[in-house]
Design a protein around this ligand. Structure first.
Ligand code: TMP
Length: 231
């Protein structure tokens, strides 16, 4: 069994991650890959139970530290129950947000101590580092306008509700992160035509895709052919 890939999508509110994940999932499935689409906070039964507590703001009054622990426990369950088994089974896992969101939301704009966050991340991720992280970048103002539009009059969630300045800090922090980890992270401009953005997402994903089992057979055959020709 060949190993799959773990690809995460990050960015501020209203960046268009969900739309792009849907499109790339369809493209990969058409190519013959086995794809798992998942999200954080959530993605496993245990983690989904925590999602509401976090996004409704029910945990807010207990402090950012408590929220960071909840995100980490949800992540640990998600990694062990869903992500690792899928990657080990050769699937392509596309995850809407992962540990970078904690680094930015709880770290940069939540002011949690760096050492605590690093330790939490190490335990929660337990070696499951993304093969690729796509950061979809849009100006905070545009992202928030989209998020507000999408909520169709319903209340924004605990994090969406925050001030525009906080969203701007997050946008800059994601861009900074991409500079710090240029091998893992690729920034894709989230403005413009959805199909053009999808092309750019595919270009980045293509670089990390494993060969399909059928491609492997062809490759092995041609290697064997070369050997017998030269013998
Ligand atoms: P989303 O479904 O719009 O991505 O909502 C998830 C929200 O949770 C988003 O505002 C970012 C926030 N979040 C964190 O603050 N820390 C995390 O670790 C994750 C995964 C999400």
């Amino acid at each position: 069994m060949y190993k799959g890939r773990f690809i995460t999508f990050e960015g501020g509110e209203g960046a268009g991650k969900s739309t792009q994940i849907k499109l790339i999932a369809e493209t990969l499935e058409k190519l013959g890959y086995d794809v798992v689409v998942t999200r954080e906070p959530g993605g496993s039964v245990g983690a989904e139970a925590t999602r509401h507590v976090l996004l409704s703001g029910a945990a807010e009054e207990f402090g950012v530290r408590m929220e960071a622990f909840l995100f980490a426990s949800a992540r640990s369950d998600h990694v062990e129950e869903v992500i690792r088994p899928a990657v080990e089974a050769g699937k392509i896992v596309l995850c809407d947000r992962f540990a970078d969101s904690t680094r930015i939301y709880q770290g940069v704009t939540g002011n949690i101590e760096a050492t605590l966050l690093k330790n939490l991340e190490r335990v929660a991720v337990n070696g499951m580092v993304p093969d690729l992280t796509i950061i979809i970048d849009v100006p905070a103002e545009i992202g928030m306008a989209r998020a507000t539009n999408r909520s169709a009059g319903q209340e924004l969630d605990r994090f969406e509700k925050e001030e525009l300045g906080t969203h701007e800090l997050r946008r800059n922090a994601f861009l900074e992160l991409a500079k710090e980890e240029p091998i893992r992270c690729t920034v894709v401009d989230g403005l413009g035509d959805v199909e053009d953005i999808a092309d750019n997402v595919f270009k980045a994903v293509e670089m990390v895709l494993p060969l399909l089992p059928s491609q492997k057979k062809t490759k092995n055959k041609s290697a064997a052919q070369k050997k017998s020709n030269s013998a």
